[in-house]
Design a protein around this ligand. Structure first.
Ligand SMILES: *Cc1c(COP(=O)(O)O)cnc(C)c1O
Length: 477
């Protein structure tokens, strides 16, 4: 009986209905508040239900889901969302992502989904081209930059220890030479990858940055001193989360190489400036690194989950990942994703990347990068012209920082910290634009991060007006 009931729920009706829900959602981004309008209590009140005993119609399930989650989504698909490092989805990528679920392929190996394997192979090659990465680098499409770090650092671990006669895949880490990870300006995902790989957070060493937020060759040299022969991973930054700064690869990588270190670049969003003639110079020398991690779901505007790992030495990469099970069918001609990826069964995430790259083209990716950088610069400059707004960091690329001075007591930094946090709350309540705060150089600051293909001049103007309104207490806030 239940089976019959489920069969009555045709795909037709529920997918038709879902298309309308999706378009309503997307069309509404322009006018709806960008932040969430319902709180935790309300979301739980709506969503925590007794799990039904009897089956439900698919249409009812989906319409309940839309109704019960309404107001609990952040408008990050729209043009006035400037928090964290979050992109939207270009239309072809969103559509391809729908089809990915429709086809429901297991993109583990070629034999399990031939089309997914070939699309992924092409997508990986295209990204290398867009990002000006070495043609021969190997790649993996993973869930995000976090897992890209894990894959790249697993390859690093393999290579550094193999060079010392230690087979880490077989022997594990107990008793192995200790790997030291130097990472000055790192995202927390680096630590998590280090932890997952058993390298130990205590072996991650911080290095001081100069006034430009960059690691200097002198500092790097001094940290390598006395560590001759020790296996070292150096993690460099391509686009710091707060300031969008880049490391000095041309000077730093040769030093690391002289010490036999593995150089990994975290370019979760920053790597995409390689697509732009205007900004590519920021990455000069980065191609000499050993591995690179980036995201599709940030600046390329592919839906979540989508990250990319690249490794110059493909042998180290596949040695760390590959596994051959007797019941799996491997095709020696084709590329089996499992040789490069940490997952077994996995989403065919190559489709969305392939679609995004084709929709944008090389020029479109370059234009997306240039446009976001321009909007970030205009937004920060526009905010800086408002009374009581201090610009802490003018965007180098698409990231800037501003601070709000307490009108009653602007010489008191603690009061300015509090006022900056109050402004962020007012802005969320106002609903026109969405930002979040950070602590930078010991002070509270509001981050301005622009990486959505939809953001335009009007969004920038509307967002500046929203901040102006929130600076005047009680005016719509
Ligand atoms: C977002 C981000 C990460 C983590 O990437 P996920 O895709 O969230 O796993 C790592 N590094 C930087 C600089 C980031 O911005």
């Amino acid at each position: 009986m239940y089976f019959e009931r489920m069969q009555n729920s045709s795909f037709d009706a529920v997918l038709d209905q879902t298309l309308r829900f999706a378009l309503d959602y997307l069309d509404g981004l322009e006018e709806r508040p960008v932040g969430a309008t319902v709180d935790l209590v309300e979301l739980r009140r709506r969503l925590v239900k007794e799990l039904n005993d009897e089956p439900m119609d698919a249409e009812a399930v989906v319409s309940d889901l839309v109704r019960d989650t309404a107001g609990g989504h952040l408008g990050s698909q729209g043009g006035r969302f400037f928090a964290w490092a979050i992109g939207g989805s270009v239309p072809a990528a969103l559509a391809a992502d729908w089809l990915t679920s429709t086809w429901d392929q297991n993109a583990a190996v070629y034999s399990c989904s031939p089309a997914a394997a070939v699309v992924e192979e092409v997508a990986g090659e295209w990204i290398k081209q867009v990002l000006h990465l070495p043609e021969l680098a190997s790649f993996a499409l993973v869930s995000g930059c976090q897992m890209a770090h894990a894959v790249c650092l697993a390859a690093a671990r393999h290579d550094l220890l193999a060079r010392r006669g230690w087979d880490v895949e077989q022997q594990g880490l107990s008793g192995s030479p200790r790997i030291t990870v130097f990472a000055s300006n790192r995202h927390g995902s680096v630590e998590r990858a280090v932890r997952l790989l058993g390298l130990g957070e205590a072996n991650v060493i911080d290095m001081p940055l100069d006034v430009n937020e960059q690691l200097t060759p002198e500092v790097l040299e001094s940290h390598f001193e006395g560590r001759e022969g020790v296996p070292i991973i150096l993690v460099l930054q391509a686009g710091d989360l707060n300031t969008g700064t880049f490391d000095r690869y041309q000077e730093l990588i040769p030093i690391a190489k002289r010490h036999g270190a593995w150089v990994h670049v975290d370019g979760a969003f920053g790597l995409w400036v390689a697509a732009s003639d205007k900004y590519r110079h920021l990455l000069a020398g980065f191609e000499a690194a050993d591995s690179w991690a980036t995201d599709g779901h940030k600046w390329l505007n592919v839906p979540y989950d989508c990250g990319y790992a690249f490794v110059a030495n493909g042998d180290a990469h596949t040695a760390a990942m590959s596994h051959r099970a007797p019941y799996m069918v491997h095709d020696s001609e084709a590329r089996d994703q499992m040789d490069w990826n940490p997952e077994w069964s996995r989403r065919a995430r190559g489709f969305a990347t392939y679609a995004a790259l084709r929709q944008l083209g090389l020029q479109g990716v370059a234009d997306l990068v240039d446009r976001c950088c321009r909007h970030a610069a205009d937004l920060v400059a526009g905010l800086g012209e408002l009374p009581g707004v201090e610009v802490l960091w003018k965007p180098v690329i698409n990231q800037g920082l501003v601070r709000f001075l307490d009108p009653a007591n602007s010489s008191d930094e603690a009061a300015n910290d509090r006022f900056t946090d109050l402004m962020s709350k007012r802005l969320v309540a106002h609903g026109e634009a969405f930002f979040i705060n950070t602590t930078w150089r010991g002070r509270r600051a509001m981050r301005v991060s622009v990486m959505n293909w939809q953001t335009n001049e009007r969004d920038v103007a509307r967002s500046i007006e929203a901040v102006r309104a929130c600076l005047q207490v009680g005016v719509g806030c």
